[in-house]
Structure formats: structure tokens, C-alpha cells
Ligand binder design. Structure first.
Ligand code: ZN
Length: 332
């Protein structure tokens, strides 16, 4: 009896494993490409002559970026990350914060609109929030200046406007939202380099500062390339960083490259760069007045800063660098 029972039980267990893994396979999360396509479909659906798709996409991406790093704002569930405050949506004097009635929202001066035509203006509905943002932006117009004005009126913060404009320019230029590729900042072949995780180590020069970045030691003139898609925001001399470049990407991240021996002469503030774009060469400039060089061994100081909608803070680039180095080595 027991002998017969055990194989049967084993069979039942095996069956349940096969069955559950099958269920798991069917309920799998959509791939990164599928998610990108779903988002793109929304932007294209709600674009028109007054609101190009990349204006909708850039606001949505900015909102996604800040939700990823802020604890005081909710993470929006859905394909699009765009979200409005309840007060903005239902109207400042509306006693019902969850109001979805178009007529009562209108009565209380709320901005919420019905995008999918189900007769409700629902803050949790992707179509409704996209349509509401599109109608807001279309009051201003299609040019970058119009867009800037609309963003300023909405966010009242110059840094936020600058960040969103940068994302929109990148999306427009590459005609895609899929700009997540990264590379290591110096060539992984043909040059010698070394780096360690030294996050938070104290610095001697310039008083009590901690090290906000990773130093990649390499010979003078070793090419330095952009690790990401982005826009050149800062380029010039800084007494700590020497000749340095700051590049803002589409993830609210500011990439900082310091102590360069020289710049790529074709590059200027406002230019668009992509992973692998040459920006300059490794040097030892800095720690003094303009032109000071040779106070330390040549290296690239690479820093990463995240903008959360209010402030920008440094985070450790070392884990990203090791990841990008691995990926760059895999490529031909
Ligand atoms: Zn450094």
C-alpha cells in the first residue's frame, strides 16, 4: 500500500511543479522592449500638431525618474508614470478627492479629463492622464519655447524644466525612447587603466571633502568617452575638477568627467552625445587656478549625480562602472 502510494505522490508533485512553472511562464512580466513599445504607443496616440510625442514622453519619463528615487511621492502603477495631484485633478475645493465625474470636476475647477471616452475622468487611468497632459500642453504650442513655458507654469522650477527639456531633445534627436545603453568611460582595449571603489574616502586638497566619485587611472591622453546618451551641460575650468565636462542624461543623472588634459574640440555646451562619443583625454588638471596640472597622477575622476526634482546628490558610480566595463568588454 505505502509502496504504491509513494510513486503516486511523487508523480503528483512532479505534475504540480510542471503545472505551476507553466502558469509562471504565462504570467511573466512583459520584456523591456514590450514596455517601451507600450509607452511609445501612448505617446503616439496622444500626439498632434500642437503636442509632439517627445513632449509627452519627456514629462512622463521625468515623472518616472523622480518616482524611482523619492519616498514622499507614490509610484504610479501603469504603463505611463505621469501623475497629477488629487487637488489638481478634481479641483481645489472639491470635497470628493476620488471624484471621477466630468461635470463635477469641471464645476470645482479640476483639470482631470476623460481620454478613453468611458464618461469618467479617472486619475488611475493611463488614457485619462495622457489626454489631460496633452490638453494642458496644447494650450501653449509645439515649439521648444512653448513647451518650456508650459513646463515652467506647471512645475515652477528651472532645474526641473531644464531636465525635461534635455530628455525631450534626446528623444526628438534619436526618434526613440530606448536610450539606455551605456559604455565604460575609457577604452576597455588597447589602453591600460585601473580603478577601485573609493566612495567616501577623504580628500586632502580643498579642506574636508569626501571623494564623490571613482578615479580611473590611465596614461595621459587616454581617450575619455561619454558613458551615456545626454546633453553637454557644463564644459570648462573648475578649480577642483580642472578641465571638466558635465553631461545630463534621460534618467535625471548628471555625469561628471574631471581632470581632463584636453577636450574634444568639436564639442560645445548644448551638444548631444551618445555612449562612446569622445569628449576628451585623461589628464591631471585641477587643484588650482586655470591651467594647473600635474599635482597628482593622471586619472579620470568620474562622478554621478541624481536629480530628484528638488535637489541633486552624488551617488557611488563604482557599481555602474563595473557593470559597463563588463558589457563593453563583451562588445566587439
Ligand atoms: Zn576623483
Amino acid at each position: 500500500m505505502t509502496r504504491k502510494f509513494i510513486p503516486l505522490l511523487a508523480f503528483a508533485m512532479l505534475w504540480s511543479i510542471i503545472f505551476s512553472s507553466d502558469v509562471l511562464a504565462n504570467s511573466q512580466q512583459p520584456s523591456r522592449e514590450e514596455i517601451m513599445q507600450q509607452r511609445m504607443d501612448y505617446y503616439v496616440k496622444y500626439q498632434d500638431v500642437f503636442v509632439p510625442w517627445f513632449h509627452l514622453a519627456a514629462v512622463d519619463q521625468y515623472e518616472r525618474n523622480i518616482q524611482a528615487v523619492r519616498k514622499d511621492i507614490p509610484k504610479r502603477e501603469g504603463t505611463v508614470a505621469l501623475q497629477f495631484s488629487e487637488e489638481y485633478w478634481v479641483g481645489p475645493f472639491n470635497p470628493n478627492f476620488d471624484d471621477t465625474s466630468i461635470s463635477s470636476i469641471q464645476y470645482f475647477g479640476g483639470m482631470g479629463l476623460d481620454g478613453d471616452g468611458d464618461g469618467k475622468a479617472d486619475l488611475t487611468n493611463d488614457d485619462d492622464v495622457m489626454y489631460t497632459m496633452k490638453m494642458y500642453l496644447s494650450q501653449y504650442g509645439p515649439s521648444e519655447d512653448d513647451y518650456k513655458m508650459a513646463l515652467w507654469e506647471y512645475y515652477k522650477n528651472e532645474q526641473v524644466v531644464n531636465q525635461i527639456i534635455s530628455i525631450a531633445r534626446l528623444y526628438k534627436h534619436y526618434n526613440t525612447i530606448d536610450l539606455d545603453t551605456h559604455v565604460f568611460p575609457v577604452p576597455v582595449r588597447g589602453y591600460n587603466y585601473s580603478y577601485r571603489g573609493t566612495w567616501g574616502a577623504s580628500r586632502g586638497w580643498g579642506g574636508r571633502r569626501i571623494h564623490e566619485g571613482t578615479d580611473i587611472f590611465a596614461g595621459y591622453g587616454t581617450p575619455v568617452v561619454s558613458t551615456s546618451y545626454g546633453i553637454v551641460e557644463v564644459m570648462g575650468w573648475n578649480e577642483f575638477g580642472g578641465w571638466r565636462i558635465g553631461i545630463r542624461d534621460n534618467h535625471n543623472t548628471y555625469h561628471y568627467y574631471a581632470h581632463l588634459a584636453y577636450f574634444n574640440k568639436d564639442l560645445k555646451v548644448g551638444d548631444i552625445v551618445e555612449p562612446g562619443t569622445m569628449i576628451g583625454g585623461v589628464g591631471s588638471t585641477g587643484y588650482g587656478k586655470e591651467g594647473t596640472s600635474g599635482k597628482f597622477p593622471p586619472h579620470l575622476h568620474y562622478g554621478m549625480y541624481k536629480f530628484n526634482g528638488r535637489t541633486e546628490w552624488a551617488f557611488d558610480p563604482y557599481p555602474s562602472l563595473t557593470q559597463w566595463e563588463k558589457e563593453s568588454k563583451k562588445k566587439k
